[in-house]
Design a protein around this ligand. Structure first.
Ligand code: AGP
Length: 612
């Protein structure tokens, strides 16, 4: 997704903006650009380039930009190819205004044709460019802030904007609707950005802008107003994690670092959430009244991608522990479906970023129908957290790799803890049962550590299979979603076609795929369907499929069926997704690396899909 950074202060803007852009690279992009108002000449200079930020830096080495107010952008192409002309910032006809944008303007075509009729000249194919010409149109007679406000009211769609003008060279204006935007609060300087890492080198004090808010930044001041102009006061939030956490800390890739962080994160979450003596659970940010939760008749989970797979595991967990019927939808289907939900439905939204457009749209539909929305989210202050009735933060820390790993297992942990929390409120579990479950749960960090101790062997096994042109992932019951997630991990970073399937479905089609050119990853840990999985392995072997089995330590039968085995510690099958996720992540990571893929920023993907 696109990334925005803006600066106004006493320091040279160029270096600050470039550094901020680099902190946003993880969002995925294919061009970048920068505009700075020249301090003496009061004119805007712009440099833009397709490709990586290094290309933009080369332009700036040849001719740098001097000034202490500016905006910069990494673009993830939607309307128009990643070319120099389509890169942001975009300028008005006279070059007095520059703008950067994250989002999609749905009605840009009609706006563009009327602006062209009025004599405006367009240089790009983007939707964004209509915004700067609209501002130009209104800027003839009113101040920049008001011109921006008027322009925004004509836009349909989503936007997070940064705007500067050489006619008011002390102002940096920001505005948001459906796309995230924050203010970095400095001393005698202020920042605008799509996400926190972009400003952390300079400040830990941030203000999260809310829906349809506009901000005017100068060196000394921050003025927030709503779209109609009334002033809003908002305290800043102190960010507790530092930029180092958002860096690689010696790992080759963010993704490998984040895979290896999982035991520590699990440990921290359990420490934070479980009250040792009483086994009570703390969800201080969960504000839905317990009385309401007691009356819930059904749960509807809504999410995308990996978060959706966490939701599918959540279904097995909640139905097993709380005995509440649970449905799970991908957000893009949920938001347009004829929803049979009401005020006795608990809608659980799962999202690492809290900015996924379809998930946000889904909860807005749910709330219109009277359902309470509980969000499981990793980013405090994100849009989702501000539009939910109740929250469970996953506390996975910043996840920089586009492929989600630690956030996924943290989402799973949130579901286990939520299930125990609801079971307690609804008295569906005895204290002994809860204590037993907790005892199992507390073993997980140590068991994850054990798996990671074998990661070199998993790496070697993965590389031995990196030449296969397609993969099938099979699992049953609570590990059917694990199979889906394993397939997604592989396809999104190695670009190898990979499909997750319920193993019981083999005879209904997928078995036709099996031959010596197909690698098949089977999740065959100790479970009530273990023998069924063994039969699937036999079916695959009989057709020369190349098997990789993920099995429980001490399994004596598996070696008869599979040469390539990755062992995970034995555990109650209910908790096994927390363990099998790790080898699945490592298989994807090492195959992608062997294939020379860009593991942290896979092609065509963005860390947060803030547009439909
Ligand atoms: C996961 O590896 C992908 N990057 C993607 O499927 C992601 O899970 C999905 O876009 C949802 O993102 P969210 O959790 O931020 O809502």
């Amino acid at each position: 997704m696109c990334g925005i950074i803006g600066y106004v202060g006493n320091r040279p803007a160029q270096g600050i903006l470039l550094k901020g852009l680099k902190r946003l690279e993880y969002r995925g992009y294919d061009s970048s650009g920068i505009s700075v108002i020249h301090s003496q000449k009061n004119k805007i200079s712009t440099r833009k380039s397709p490709g990586k930020i290094a290309n933009l830096e080369n332009l700036l080495i040849k001719s740098s930009l001097c000034g202490n107010i500016g905006i910069a952008h990494v673009r993830w192409a939607t309307h128009g190819a990643p070319t120099q002309a389509n890169a942001h910032p975009h300028r008005d006809c006279k070059g007095e205004i520059a703008i950067v944008h994250n989002g999609i303007i749905e009605n840009y075509a009609s706006l563009k044709s009327s602006l062209i009729k009025e004599g405006h000249y367009f240089k790009s194919q983007t939707d964004t460019e209509v915004i700067v010409h609209l501002i130009e149109k209104f800027y003839k007679r009113i101040p920049l802030e008001e011109a921006v406000r008027k322009a925004l009211k004509l836009l349909d769609g989503s936007f997070a904007l940064g705007v500067i003008s050489s006619r008011e060279p002390d102002k940096l204006i920001g505005a948001r609707s459906s796309s995230p935007l924050i203010v970095g609060v400095g001393k005698g300087e202020n920042f605008l950005a799509s996400d926190v890492p972009a400003v952390l080198d300079s400040t830990k004090e941030v203000i999260f802008l809310e829906e349809n808010e506009l901000v005017v930044l100068t060196k000394p001041r921050i003025k927030i107003t709503n779209i109609d102009g009334s002033v809003i006061s908002r305290d800043s939030t102190r960010i507790t994690w530092d930029i180092a956490e958002a860096q690689k800390q010696g790992y080759k890739h963010f993704m490998l670092k984040e895979i290896n962080e999982q035991p520590k994160i699990a440990e921290n979450i359990l420490k934070l959430r479980l009250q040792k003596e009483t086994n009570r659970i703390f969800f201080e940010e969960q504000k839905i009244p317990q009385e309401k939760l007691k009356k819930i008749k059904q749960i509807s989970i809504v999410a995308c991608g990996t978060a959706y797979h966490a939701g599918l595991v959540g279904k097995y967990i909640l139905e097993a522990i709380c005995k509440i019927p649970v449905s799970v939808d991908v957000s893009s289907e949920f938001r347009y479906r004829n929803l049979l939900i009401d005020n006795e439905t608990l809608v659980i939204a799962v999202s690492q970023s809290g900015e996924t457009a379809d998930t946000l749209a889904g909860i807005r539909e749910a709330r219109k129908l009277g359902s309470s929305v509980l969000s499981i989210c990793n980013v405090p202050g994100s849009s989702l957290t501000r539009e939910s009735d109740g929250l469970i933060y996953t506390h996975a820390g910043p996840e920089m790799g586009v492929a989600s790993t630690k956030a996924y297992t943290a989402q799973l942990l949130a579901f286990y803890l939520l299930a125990f929390y609801l079971a307690n409120i609804r008295n569906v579990l005895s204290q002994e049962q809860i204590a037993q479950y907790f005892a199992e749960l507390k073993k997980i960090p140590g068991q994850q550590k054990k798996i990671l101790k074998d990661q070199d062997a998993i790496a070697r096994l993965s590389r031995r299979h990196s030449h296969f042109g397609s993969f099938l992932y099979l699992g049953r019951q609570i590990n059917f979603p694990s199979a889906l997630e394993g397939a997604l991990k592989l396809k999104e970073i190695s670009y190898i076609p990979a499909e997750g399937y319920a193993a019981g479905e083999m005879k209904h089609g997928p078995i036709a795929l099996i031959d010596e050119y197909r690698a098949v990853v089977c999740i065959v840990n100790e479970s009530h369907v273990y023998e069924k999985m063994l039969s699937n392995l036999q079916e695959i072997r009989a057709r020369d499929g190349k098997l990789i089995a993920i099995a429980s330590s001490g399994d004596k039968k598996i070696k008869v069926q599979a040469k390539e085995v990755i062992y995970v510690p034995r555990c109650d099958e209910l908790f096994s997704p927390l363990l099998v996720a790790l080898p699945l992540q490592l298989i994807a990571y090492h195959i992608a690396r062997k294939r020379g893929c860009d593991v942290d920023q896979p092609r065509n993907l963005a860390k947060s899909v803030t547009v439909e």
